[in-house]
Design a protein around this ligand. Structure first.
Ligand code: DQA
Length: 147
């Protein structure tokens, strides 16, 4: 099992960026947590971060035939990137959308996710644990598909 974890704009600043909202754990801590979780699940994970929409789309295209599951936090692109939505729909790989914060109890514009419609589900408000939950879900789903 190989999982691709995609993080969008500004997530590289985790730990520094609005810690009251996104937590004080660093981006490096998130990468380590994802890698530890994948290992415990008997899987591999690649973690990718970009501040550029096109790079995120290219990475999703390149995931076809390589990765079995995608975890994506599109950052602010969540709220308006139809191009990322289309990319998620174009690749035939189950994806889970994750947000560190609860996007439903913040500003109005954050309540809408245009990208979640290209995912099997969405997890938000659980901080970095949301990535762990998403990976566990994908591993369980793949195991039951295989069995
Ligand atoms: C976020 C929520 C988005 O609204 C915001 O633009 C982010 C992070 C989250 O993880 O809570 O960059 O995706």
């Amino acid at each position: 099992m190989k999982f691709l974890v995609v993080n969008g704009p500004n997530l590289n600043l985790l730990g520094h960026r609005e810690p009251g909202i996104y937590g004080s754990d660093s981006y490096e801590a998130l990468v380590r947590r994802v890698e530890t979780t994948a290992k415990a699940l008997g899987a591999e994970a690649e973690v990718f971060q970009s501040n550029h929409e096109g790079e995120i789309i290219d990475k999703l295209h390149g995931a076809m035939g390589v990765f079995d599951g995608v975890v994506i936090n599109p950052g602010a692109y969540t709220h308006y990137s139809y191009a990322i939505l289309d990319a998620l729909r174009a690749i035939d790989i189950p994806a889970v959308e994750v947000h560190l914060s609860n996007i439903h109890n913040r500003e109005e514009f954050r309540k809408t996710s245009v990208t979640a419609a290209g995912c099997v589900g969405q997890i938000c408000g659980l901080g970095q644990f949301g990535y762990v939950a998403a990976l566990e879900y994908l591993a369980e789903r793949l195991k039951s598909d295989a069995g």
